[in-house]
Design a protein around this ligand. Sequence first.
Ligand code: DGL
Length: 262
Amino acid sequence: MQADAPILFFDSGVGGLSVLQPARALLPRAAIVYAADSAGYPYGKRSEAEIASRVPALLGRLVERFRPRLAVIACNTASTIALDHVRAALDLPVVGTVPAIKPAAEQSRTRVIGVLGTEATVRQPYVDDLASRFAADCTIVPHGSPDLVDLAEAKLAGDTISVADVRAAAQPMFNAAGDSRIDTVVLACTHFPLLADELREAWPDVAYVDGGAGIARRIAFLTRKQPWPAQLPLGIAVFTAPPRATLLGALDRFGLDDVRVL
Ligand code: DGL
């Protein structure tokens, strides 16, 4: 294993940065390639067939180009639909993103859990399977919100977004719970932890759970005993369509200073 072999993070847009952040905290010297399929964004509105063919093909190109030691599908939509296809196509460890229903069920007191994801994620049988395995005694209230994905992209690109916008996008989930009180919300889209401040302000009594920290621990475990570069390497961000210029500041804050278009 080459010390400078990077870890590849993959998402449709900026959502995977919410996974990159805790991973970087655990592995500060890891070389990073962050890939955003901005030409395919938003995944949440795409069909299963499109995602199942697009994601493994694109990851194949990225792996050939950057020779990562490990790939992280930092996207719930791509993981719940295409993880098996990607693992079958690539000859390297692949870490996926699973909606954090299990930890949510471990902490919910009201036993009513909201699952906030993309439209594509919340319709996956994979999510029902997690719910029946780990939250059988809970009421699960799923909600797919393309608006929240767009709000996270806008926020990172420096646009002003309001708590009212975030509240309007997630309110239908709370309405759907009727008289039952949702006390725990699974952020089942990697874009949504980027809106954690706004969500907390909108619903301060709710606990928000995402998979970022667990994924970071998994990456650290899989790469234990591997060598890392002596010097802090540059972080590379690769987009499939040119990003907005105003996004560069946020990428820099996440340690991604070399921005390219694939
Ligand atoms: N970040 C993504 C997820 O975790 C996808 C958002 C989108 O492109 O719709 O599901």
